[in-house]
Design a protein around this ligand. Structure first.
Ligand code: CTP
Length: 402
C-alpha cells in the first residue's frame, strides 16, 4: 500500500527525534521513498547522517547548500510528496505552522505542500495541555491537517502524562489507513501502452522513434499508487518500475503490442494509449544482415495495425479509453480528428513545437480535449504532475458516470 509512495519526514528539535529514524526505516521497508527535512535545532538531537543513510537521500536543513549554493526548492519538494509527516512536532513548530510563519525550510515546505500533512506532537505534558498549544492544534486540524495525538506515559522530564510522540509503528498505521481510504482507483483494471516500438529490418537494424516512455510510466505509477491494477505494456525503454500494482509486459514491435493489448482489452476498465507505435513495418524482415553495396536500396514499408483504432471499435460504453497526440504543429484540430476517429473518451494533445514538451523530456505541456469537445489547457509541468492531471481527469469522468 505504501510502496512507491513519497514521504517527507519533517523533524523538529525534540528528544523524540530519535523515533523519526525508526519511522524512516519502517517507511523505506514498506517500499516508500523518503526525504527528510530537519529544523536547524533538530540536528542537535539526531545526526543528519543517520537519517540520510536510512532514507537513502540527502537530508535537507537549510534553504540552500552552503557549500555550493544549490537551492533546496521547497516548492518542488512540496509537489513531489504524497504526504508530509512532521514527527516529532514541537510546540514551537506547531505554533509557527498554525500562524504561517516560514523561518526555516521545514516551515516553507509545509506552506508549499499540496499533499496531506500529518503532525505528531511531542512535548512535556503541561506544555501539551497549554491552551495555546491546544488552540494551535485545533487550528491546524481545521485546516485539514491530520493530528496524530501523543500517547501517555513517562516523559523525558521524568513526569508521567500525555505528550510522548506516538510510536513510529502507530504512525505508519495512520498512513496505511489514510491511503487505503483515499484510493480513487481501488480494484480498477488498467492497461497502458508506453514507449516506442522497434520494427525489425535485419538482426542489427530497426525503425524506431525517440519516445522515452516517461509519460506512460508516470501514469502507471500514479494509477498504481491510487489502487489500480495496472498492466504496463511497454516497448523498449530504459525505465524501471517497482510498484506491486504494476505488471510489466515488455514488447518490441507494434504487432506484439497489438497482441498483448487486444487479449486484455475486454477485461479492463481503463485503457491509456501512450505508446508511440510505429505506423509501418518493413515488409521483409531480413534474417541476415543487409550487406553494404554501392547501389541504392529501398525498404518497402507496410502498415501496422492501429491498436487504438481497433480497440475503439470494440470499446464498451462503460470503458474509458485515452489517447495521445504528439504533433509537430501546434494545431489541436489534428488531435480532435484522432479523438473522433479512434473513439477516445479524451485525447492528450501536445506538440514538439512547444519548448519542454513531447518526447524525451522530463516535462510536458498538454491540452486535454474530451469527447464533448471541451478543451482544457495545462501549463508546463513535470511528467509526474502531468500524470496527476490526467489521472484526475479520468477520475472526474468516473464520478460523472456514477
Ligand atoms: N496508436 C496506436 N496504434 C498505432 C498508432 C497509434 O495505438 N498503430 C495510438 C497512439 O498510442 C496514440 C494515438 O493512437 O494514443 C494517436 O497516435 P498517432 O501516432 O498520433 O496517430 P496516427 O493515427 O498514427 O497519426 P499520425 O498520422 O499523426 O501518425
Amino acid at each position: 500500500m505504501l510502496a512507491g509512495k513519497r514521504f517527507i519526514i519533517g523533524i523538529t528539535g525534540s528528544i523524540a527525534a530519535y523515533k523519526a529514524a525508526v519511522l524512516v526505516r519502517l517507511l523505506v521497508k514498506h517500499g516508500a521513498e523518503v526525504k527528510v527535512v530537519m529544523t536547524p535545532l533538530a540536528k542537535e538531537f539526531i545526526k543528519p547522517l543517520t537519517l540520510a543513510t536510512l532514507s537513502r537521500n540527502p537530508v535537507l536543513i537549510d534553504f540552500f547548500n552552503p557549500e555550493n549554493g544549490t537551492w533546496n526548492s521547497h516548492v518542488d519538494l512540496g509537489i513531489w510528496a504524497d504526504a508530509m509527516i512532521v514527527a516529532p512536532a514541537t510546540a514551537n513548530t506547531i505554533a509557527k505552522m498554525a500562524n504561517g510563519i516560514a523561518d526555516n525550510l521545514l516551515l516553507t515546505l509545509y506552506l508549499s505542500a499540496r499533499c496531506p500533512i500529518f503532525i505528531a506532537p511531542a512535548m512535556d505534558l503541561d506544555m501539551y495541555q497549554h491552551i495555546t498549544v491546544q488552540q494551535n492544534l485545533k487550528k491546524l486540524e481545521s485546516y485539514n491537517n491530520i493530528i496524530i495525538e501523543p500517547a501517555s506515559g513517562e516523559l523525558a522530564s521524568g513526569l508521567e502524562g500525555k505528550g510522548r510522540m506516538e510510536e513510529p509503528e502507530i504512525i505508519v498505521e495512520h498512513l496505511l489507513k489514510h491511503f487505503t481510504e483515499n484510493q480513487k482507483f481501488k480494484e480498477k483494471k488498467v492497461i497502458i501502452t508506453a514507449g516506442p516500438t522497434y520494427e525489425h529490418i535485419d538482426p542489427v537494424r530497426y525503425i524506431g522513434n525517440y519516445s522515452s516512455g516517461k509519460m506512460g510510466f508516470a501514469l502507471a505509477e500514479k494509477l498504481a499508487s491510487e489502487g489500480a491494477k495496472v498492466c504496463l505494456i511497454s516497448g523498449p525503454v530504459k525505465l524501471s518500475t517497482k510498484h506491486v500494482n504494476i505488471e510489466r509486459v515488455n514488447v518490441t514491435s507494434a504487432l506484439e503490442m497489438y497482441d498483448e493489448v487486444s487479449r486484455r482489452f475486454s477485461a479492463v476498465d481503463i485503457a491509456i494509449m501512450a505508446a508511440a507505435v510505429a505506423d509501418y513495418r518493413p515488409e521483409i524482415q531480413h534474417e541476415q544482415k543487409i550487406k553494404h553495396s554501392e547501389e541504392n536500396i529501398s525498404i518497402q514499408l507496410i502498415p501496422n495495425k492501429d491498436i487504438a483504432l481497433e480497440m475503439g471499435k470494440i470499446k464498451r460504453k462503460e470503458q474509458i479509453m485515452i489517447g495521445f497526440a504528439l504533433e509537430s504543429e501546434n494545431n489541436p484540430e489534428l488531435a480532435k480528428a484522432k479523438l473522433i476517429k479512434k473513439n477516445f473518451d479524451f485525447i492528450v494533445f501536445n506538440t514538439i513545437a512547444e519548448e519542454g514538451a513531447g518526447f524525451n523530456t522530463d516535462t510536458n505541456k498538454i491540452t486535454i480535449i474530451d469527447s464533448n469537445n471541451k478543451t482544457s489547457p495545462f501549463p508546463l509541468k513535470s511528467k509526474q504532475e502531468v500524470a496527476t492531471d490526467i489521472v484526475n481527469y479520468i477520475y472526474n469522468i468516473t464520478l460523472a458516470r456514477k
